[in-house]
Design a protein around this ligand. Structure first.
Ligand SMILES: *[C@@H]1O[C@H](CO)[C@@H](O)[C@H](O)[C@H]1NC(C)=O
Ligand SMILES: *[C@@H]1O[C@H](CO)[C@@H](O)[C@H](O)[C@H]1NC(C)=O
Length: 289
């Protein structure tokens, strides 16, 4: 990781924190040079924290955690909104401001991902409905293979624990799991061919452990891969044979120079596509029976 690239998300975080704070008018913006962890600690608990929320579990690897570089100024769909909250690693509800995974995917420099544009899309479509409070539950970790998300593995157990904590803290309903993962399963042929079965098991286990048998899972179809077997994983994603599992395909969205990570523009579009997919599912008459 180049030092310059590593520093940018810190600046982004500082800007986002400043925006979140000025929104709530509780404190002056912190100095831009303040350290990331200090900034996270200064996020105020949201006044919407006790309200029932429409929750979304964000899981997968780096493209869900977000590696998009922050332009200045931050485009509106990435900016904080008082009714978009984030479950911090400390399990407090804070105003969501990118990078959403800064305290979760801690071994890498996080940037922009799809979840803020997704949330803004939902808010836009809800009209003036000020009772809609969104609760994002970041749980993605870069570089992870799907076997690491099997029941009993630390990532799986942490995600389930965070989802349960989110449901408990103020209550609400889990609207969907947003799952963007598989790039690391394109390196070994064995991983790629096992992907479909592992994904189906993951969905079944999540539904059982959260007690939500019809839980919606929105998978993002891979736009890139770390190895040569991206097509095999993509086919597996398209062929998941479970109800209420849908695919939003990221193929063709612009990538960063590394040809692996989605660009900021791509995350804008992907977030919007995820929002549309959720709204379409939610409004379909045959869902949620
Ligand atoms: C992909 O295939 C090329 C050509 O056979 C090979 O050189 C390369 O090492 C492979 N990549 C991986 C990650 O296995
Ligand atoms: C989901 O659908 C229900 C029932 O039609 C509606 O009341 C609710 O506003 C929808 N949620 C969103 C986020 O659009």
């Amino acid at each position: 990781m180049k030092p310059a690239a590593a520093r940018r998300p810190l600046l982004l975080c500082a800007l986002a924190a400043a925006a979140a704070l000025s929104f709530l008018l509780v404190a002056p913006p912190p100095p831009l040079a303040a350290h990331l962890s200090t900034l996270l600690l200064t996020f105020p608990a949201s006044p919407y924290a006790p309200r029932p929320k429409l929750l979304f579990l964000l899981a997968g690897q780096s493209n869900m955690a977000g590696r998009g570089i922050a332009p200045s100024p931050l485009p509106p769909p990435f900016r904080p909104h008082p009714r978009v909250l984030r479950l911090a690693a400390s399990r407090r509800w804070v105003v969501a401001a990118p990078p959403l995974h800064a305290d979760i995917d801690t071994h890498k420099a996080c940037g922009l991902g799809p979840a803020m544009p997704f949330a803004h899309r939902l808010l836009r479509e809800s009209g003036g409905d000020s009772s809609l409070v969104l609760g994002l539950v970041p749980s993605a970790v870069g570089g992870t293979r799907i076997w690491m998300w099997a029941r009993g593995e630390p990532l799986y157990e942490a995600a389930v624990a965070r989802a349960r904590a989110a449901l408990g803290a103020g209550g609400g309903t889990l609207g969907a799991v947003l799952w963007f993962q598989g790039e690391s399963d394109t390196i070994e042929l064995d991983d790629a061919t096992a992907y479909g079965g592992r994904m189906e098991r993951l969905v079944n286990d999540l539904r059982a452990d959260l007690g939500i048998p019809d839980l919606l899972v929105i998978q993002v179809g891979l736009a890139s891969g770390e190895g040569n077997y991206t097509d095999i994983v993509r086919e597996a994603q398209k062929n998941i044979k479970l109800p209420n599992v849908i695919l939003v395909d990221a193929i063709g969205l612009p990538l960063r120079d590394d040809q692996l990570h989605l660009s900021t523009e791509a995350h804008l579009r992907l977030g919007d596509m995820l929002g549309q997919a959720y709204l379409k599912f939610n409004s379909s008459t045959d869902s949620r029976q």
